[in-house]
Design a binder for this molecule. Structure first.
Ligand code: NCD
Length: 308
């Protein structure tokens, strides 16, 4: 396999077509490993990975940890709530102290946009961003693209619409950058109050009508309303949001053709997505989770074994 141009995976905004293709192609090898009775390879033996999670996470954290263990890395987990951050230590001091224990890769989730970038310019470890505020979540977008490629064969020319709370979504941002780089046609749909300002500068179509957005789409990536980031202030009630923008079986059936439904999770059943859709034939939500482990194995492998 060839080598990545990037040393850290901080976001997809500046990642090349070649690098994304290399990660997606490498993922196939790791998906095959996940089908084996013994799902472990010695690829990262002797390497140490620290998972620095300053924000809550279920899927992403377990997915990274499984990926690391299946590559035989030594894994250390860090939770902000039980650490010296609560004693007033700065983020940089925490990172430098962890690094002084001879760590190779840091996987980090943080509520501040740019936290990974900040540390990567001051530390010597390799950084992988597992979500920074409302900025980027590159491995989520890579697993979304991997799932779309599995189903549709290529991303080139594919019509993908990201639905919902775009303004608060790091998943939306990383998907937009990655999909555009890979030649997809990208749209967003949601209430105007949830559209970020910078969208106009990107090559992204904007829909405020869900039926029109579905007409455009080969695939829709449905986002959760980020109530913890005050998203509820942008529309009257969750019920009204569901009526105007919820992805329902009826709306999809009316198209009279296939459409792929993705969701990064956690899903809020009955708000942005109806249960019947989440659990039904259009949905690739659980394959996304499986692909997530393989994508993270590929990223850890490519970043962790890249020469200086
Ligand atoms: C997303 C996140 O944390 O940004 N979830 C995830 O990583 N699987 C999206 C969300 O929280 O809604």
């Amino acid at each position: 396999m060839s080598s990545l141009q990037i040393n850290h995976l901080l976001g997809l905004q500046h990642v090349s077509h070649e690098d994304i293709t290399l990660i997606l192609d490498s993922t196939d090898t790791f998906l095959e490993i996940l089908e084996r009775p013994i799902k472990k390879v010695p690829t990262l033996q002797g390497k140490t990975v620290v998972n620095l999670f300053f924000e809550n996470s279920t899927r992403t954290r377990i997915s990274f940890e499984l990926a690391e263990r299946r590559l035989s890395a030594d894994v250390v987990n860090f939770s902000a709530s039980t650490s010296s951050v609560s004693k007033g230590e700065t983020l940089l001091d925490t990172a430098l102290n962890i690094e002084a224990m001879k760590v190779d890769i840091v996987v980090m989730r943080h509520s501040a946009a740019g936290a990974g970038h900040f540390l990567s310019t001051r530390c010597t470890s390799r950084f992988i961003n597992a979500g920074d505020g409302a900025h980027e979540h590159p491995t989520q977008a890579l697993l979304d693209m991997c799932t779309l490629r599995q189903k549709h064969g290529t991303l080139d020319g594919l019509n993908v619409c990201i639905m919902g709370d775009i303004a608060h979504s790091r998943v939306a941002r990383s998907n937009i950058y990655g999909l555009l780089t890979m030649g997809a046609n990208v749209a967003v749909c949601g209430p105007s109050s949830m559209m970020p300002y910078e969208l106009e500068r990107l090559r992204v179509r904007i829909f405020t009508n869900v039926e029109e957005a579905l007409q455009f789409s080969d695939a829709v990536n449905v986002l959760r309303i980020q109530l913890e980031r005050d998203a509820g202030a942008n529309f009257p009630t969750l019920r009204e949001y569901h009526n105007s923008f919820g992805i329902t079986r009826q709306r999809l059936d009316r198209l009279g053709r296939d459409i792929t439904v993705l969701h990064p999770g956690p899903i809020n059943r009955g708000v942005e997505i109806e249960s019947e859709v989440a659990d039904g034939a259009y949905s690739v939500i659980l394959p996304q989770v499986t692909n997530g482990v393989a994508i993270r194995m590929a990223v850890l492998y490519l970043i962790g074994t890249k020469a200086e």
